[in-house]
Design a binder for this molecule. Structure first.
Ligand code: ATP
Length: 245
């Protein structure tokens, strides 16, 4: 007997509007999608198609003007601030373009912050492994301003991984990295899914990066236009050209 896969994040009829009247921008237009649990989903689409807005709304960092978001068994829509913060802290991890590192804290303090805030025990061995794999071992006592953009991005990746959140949201996590560092980040995101059963949702412009995911959701003009299961980089590149028409 086959079971439908569990859903980690369900978005229904999401609408987002910036501004009003003639100049209003609608990055999400009644967008619905399901992100299966314990799988790696990539999100691709032309510039301005709503990818970052979608990620922020799914992760509870921004509020939609219509529709609903359910993470696991929790409806985020209309959730009171304190509870929303708790859900984010205890269940979600974030790797965003502006790395959002705390400037006054060292790399190590930044990496351990979610575990401290969520009062979850720190698995030191796992932290060391992630830090080593990301090439950050010699950088742990540096503050963000003493690190390169790529190193800051890797600190943000380590921070999202070490407390082993149920769902990891990553917006262009390899965008600022050279090929080797980017491959290592993708490897770690794969391991989060394959070894620890976490759910990963990653926005990327890079078809080769998306090909490391299990499936890719294509957005165009604020809506889902296609979902490809285990596509090759070539198929994704072709689908992106199609979506941009
Ligand atoms: N805070 C904001 N105020 C006004 N408009 C916004 C705001 N944030 C995003 N937009 C607009 O919403 C649309 C979608 O933006 P979004 O960043 O979600 O797209 P994207 O697909 O992530 O783009 P990119 O690939 O270039 O990062 C764009 O037209 C953008 O200009």
């Amino acid at each position: 007997m086959t079971h439908a896969p569990a859903v980690a994040v369900r978005a229904t009829d999401l609408t987002k509007i910036y501004g009003s009247g003639d100049t209003a921008v609608r990055p999400l237009k009644r967008l619905s999608l399901e992100i299966p649990a314990a799988r790696f989903t990539a999100v691709m689409g032309p510039s301005g198609s709503g990818k970052s807005t979608l990620m922020h709304v799914l992760a509870g960092l921004d509020v939609a003007d219509g529709g609903s978001v359910v993470v696991g068994d929790v409806e985020l829509t209309g959730l009171e601030d304190k509870r929303l913060t708790r859900v984010r802290r205890e269940r979600l991890g974030f790797i965003f373009q502006a790395y959002n590192l705390v400037p006054a804290m060292t790399a190590e303090e930044n990496i351990l912050l979610p575990s401290r805030l969520g009062r979850t025990p720190v698995d030191r061995q796992f932290v060391d492994l992630v830090v080593e794999r990301l090439g950050l071992t010699g950088r742990l006592h540096h503050r963000p301003f003493e690190l390169s953009g790529g190193q800051q991005q890797r600190v943000a990746v380590a921070r999202a991984l070490v407390s082993r959140p149920e769902v990891i949201f990553a917006d262009e996590p390899t965008g600022n990295l050279d090929q080797a560092a980017g491959a290592e980040v993708l490897e770690l995101l794969r391991a989060a899914v394959d070894e620890f059963g976490q759910t990963v949702i990653m926005v990327t412009h890079d078809a080769a990066a998306a090909a490391r995911a299990d499936r890719t959701v294509l957005l165009a003009d604020g809506q889902v236009v296609d979902t490809l299961e285990a596509p090759t980089a070539e198929q994704l590149a072709a689908a992106m050209i199609e979506a941009g028409r």
